[in-house]
Every structure is written in structure tokens, then in C-alpha cells.
Design a protein around this ligand. Structure first.
Ligand SMILES: [Zn+2]
Length: 398
């Protein structure tokens, strides 16, 4: 994936711009198709063989790629290229509403090690615990860590990386990036959790997703977050808070209140908390919410529990209703749903689509929904993507 070049800010005086672009193209081919030979790269990219060889040597010299022996078909084994993945290069911090994960990753986005702890509502306690983990991983990897990416359920100013507000904990302007930066001396990149997860889909998602230019990521968790990708780039809006669709109005009688105390927002109808509350009501318990976790609800549904399935299916209906609204407003190519609910996708997909159909007014646009393939840690993968994408997009040889 080559970043779209912003012609307003591109430095046109740079004589090696074309070469930088070719370097990114070749690096991305190696990243996506490794192991791959020089001849294959030349064929896929239609670049001159000599250009490919020259750039490959540069990428080797700065330690991004390495040569490995391919499988021999009789004669001398072919020399293949792959990303250099021996070291941890990034630390990802997934600061969640319930738990925080700190993990190291190699260049290919593989998680090498991770630590997990409960997020404390006291910011000072949480940031101290994060710094402890980050420093442990940075020291342990002896200088190979190049940056720290942070995913946070918050409004984040895109240019400065300032966190304005974490609604769930009511943290105003917590100095997340600054504190980690000061204590490690490493660059820190921070973004809203849904934006980070959308970036992870662009970077590590299924091939059919990484080819898509316009999509909406729907992160179903305690609330609902959405990440909007236009033309292969995250759309953040003026103040960086685009994608607050979790608070669009869906109805008036949701089973729970949204984070701001309203009973008509999408997240009050279609979040994990709403599914748990519906299950509680089906059990005819007062204050059903909180009795079981969403993960337990999913497990019960997968084991065949009728009430758990009914609670999930009703929630899925409203997920579809919201997604239909996104399609009517934005007309993306696809919506990607991510979060624990993906584990029970086969149980809920029909209800998601029926909900979407019921809320599509004139039969158009046609709603297409797919589940994420990034597993249980979409926002952690997002945190790591914040560092890796930057590294691949800005690679240059001086
Ligand atoms: Zn709301």
C-alpha cells in the first residue's frame, strides 16, 4: 500500500522522489509476498531488473530486509527476499476500557511478547504501569525498538497527538504520549482505538480489504467506535474526532444508556454492554448488566444457549441498522466489523444483514459487511500499525 502523496506538502525539489516511491513499492511487495525473488518483484512491479537490484541492496544495507535461501528445484537454490524479522522493532500499547496490553512486534507485525493488566481508572496508576512495561521491553531488546504506538478510546488531536478526553474514565488532557516519550526517549504515536484498528485492517487485513480504498471499520466493544478510511487514508475530520457514529440516534428505548447517559444512541443499542443487558432481561434478573461478561455471553451462545443467542441476535440487528445508516451517508465499499462478536459471526450475520436491510430506505446503496480477520486484539494490532506504517512510508536512504 503506497501512501497517497499530498501534493500540497510534497517537497517537489527533491530529486529522488521517484526513487523513494519505487523503494516503498518494492518494500511493500516484499512485506506482502515474502519470500519473493528479485525477478518476481521486477515482474509484479514492471520496474527494471537493475532498478530492483539497486533498491534491494539499499534496503538490505539499512537492515529492513534480508536474503534467505529459497527451495531448490534441482539446481542452486534461488535467493529470496523477506523482511528482517529477527528483532522487535515496535512496542504497541493497547489502552482499553477494561484492560491494557503492552506488546512487542517485529517488522511483519508479529506479536513477540506481551503483558496484560487491568486499566485503573486512576490515570496516574495506569500510566505508571504502562511505562513500567514499555521500559522493560525497550531495555530487554537492547536498542532495537524504534517507536511506541498507543491505541486509546479517546478523542485525539491528529497533528499534536494530544489526547483531549477519554470519556470512559473522564480523563481530560491526560499526557499519555508525553509521559511515555519522556521516560523512554523514543518517539510515541497515538491515535483513537477505532482509527488504529482501521489502520491495522489496511495494513494487515485480508487481501480483499487491503485493496479496498474506502471502508468503515466498526469496533464493537463496551461502546461502538468507527474508523473511516477514504482513499486508503484514515479520515479524521477537522478536530480529529470524525467517526463518533456510536452516538448517532437509532431509536428511543435502548436497553442501556450510552457513555453520555442517553438511551437513543447506537452504542446503547448495539454495544457489548447492550447485549449483556438483553441477556440479563431474558433471565428476568434486575440489573442484569454486569452479571456475566460479553466473552461469557459469546461462549454461552456458541454452546447453544437460547437466551444468549437471542440477546446476541437482537444486538446484531441493531449493528446492521447502524451500518445501513453509515452506508446511506458515506457509501463505502464495505464495512468491517471487529471485536469479540466476530467469534460468533456465523450466529449473527443473518441478523446484521436483516437489520441493515430494514434500515435501508430506498434499497440503495447495497450494504456489504465482513468480519475482521485480525483476531482478538484488533486495537493492539492498531497500536503496532501506527509505528510500522510510519516506518514503511518514510523509509529513505541518506
Ligand atoms: Zn450517546
Amino acid at each position: 500500500m503506497v501512501k497517497r502523496i499530498n501534493l500540497k506538502s510534497a517537497n517537489v525539489a527533491r530529486s529522488n522522489t521517484i526513487r523513494d516511491i519505487n523503494r516503498q513499492i518494492i518494500l511493500n511487495h516484499i512485506r506482502e509476498k515474502s519470500p519473493i525473488s528479485r525477478a518476481e518483484i521486477a515482474r509484479f512491479t514492471a520496474l527494471q531488473r537493475s532498478t530492483v537490484s539497486l533498491i534491494v541492496e539499499e534496503l538490505k544495507s539499512i537492515g529492513l530486509i534480508e536474503e534467505i535461501e529459497g527451495e531448490s528445484s534441482g539446481g542452486r537454490p534461488p535467493q529470496m527476499l523477506s523482511l528482517r524479522t529477527a528483532h522487535a522493532v515496535a512496542v504497541g500499547v493497547d489502552l482499553g476500557k477494561k484492560r491494557t496490553i503492552v506488546a512487542t512486534s517485529d517488522l511483519a507485525g508479529r506479536i513477540l511478547e506481551q503483558e496484560e493488566f487491568l486499566t485503573d481508572k486512576n490515570f496516574e496508576k495506569t500510566i505508571e504501569r504502562i511505562i513500567k512495561s514499555v521500559r522493560y521491553f525497550v531495555n530487554k531488546n537492547g536498542g532495537s525498538i524504534e517507536g511506541i504506538g498507543v491505541s486509546i478510546p479517546a478523542m485525539v488531536e491528529p497533528r499534536s497527538g494530544n489526547v483531549l478526553l477519554v470519556p470512559h474514565f473522564n480523563w481530560h488532557n491526560p499526557a499519555v504520549a508525553e509521559r511515555i516519550k519522556i521516560s523512554t526517549g523514543l518517539p510515541v504515536t497515538i491515535d483513537n482505538d477505532a482509527n488504529a484498528a482501521a489502520l491495522a485492517e489496511l495494513w494487515f487485513g485480508r487481501p480483499e480489504i487491503t485493496q479496498v480504498r474506502d471502508f468503515v471499520l466498526v469496533l464493537i466493544h463496551k461502546g461502538i467506535g468507527t474508523g473511516i478510511v477514504f482513499d486508503g487514508q484514515i479520515y479524521r475530520g477537522k478536530g480529529g474526532i470524525a467517526g463518533e457514529f456510536g452516538h448517532m440516534t437509532i431509536g428511543s428505548d435502548a436497553p442501556i444508556a450510552c457513555a453520555a447517559g442517553k438511551f437513543n444512541c447506537w452504542e446503547a443499542f448495539a454495544s457489548e454492554r447492550s447485549a449483556v443487558a438483553r441477556y440479563g432481561k431474558l433471565l428476568k434478573k434486575q440489573n442484569g448488566e454486569g452479571k456475566i461478561s460479553f466473552t461469557e455471553l459469546i461462549n454461552l451462545a456458541l454452546e447453544g444457549d437460547d437466551k444468549a443467542r437471542a440477546a446476541l441476535k437482537e444486538t446484531a440487528h441493531y449493528i446492521g441498522v447502524g451500518i445501513a445508516n453509515l452506508f446511506q451517508g458515506l457509501s463505502p465499499e464495505v464495512a468491517i466489523v471487529t471485536g469479540t462478536i466476530v467469534r460468533a459471526w456465523s450466529l449473527v450475520i443473518d441478523d446484521v444483514m436483516a437489520g441493515a436491510e430494514s434500515a435501508t430506505c430506498q434499497g440503495y446503496p447495497v450494504v456489504k459487511v465482513i468480519p475482521s480477520s485480525l483476531g482478538n486484539y484488533p486495537t493492539l494490532m492498531g497500536a503496532i500499525s501506527l509505528i510500522l506504517t510510519d516506518k514503511f512510508a518514510s523509509v529513505s536512504v541518506t
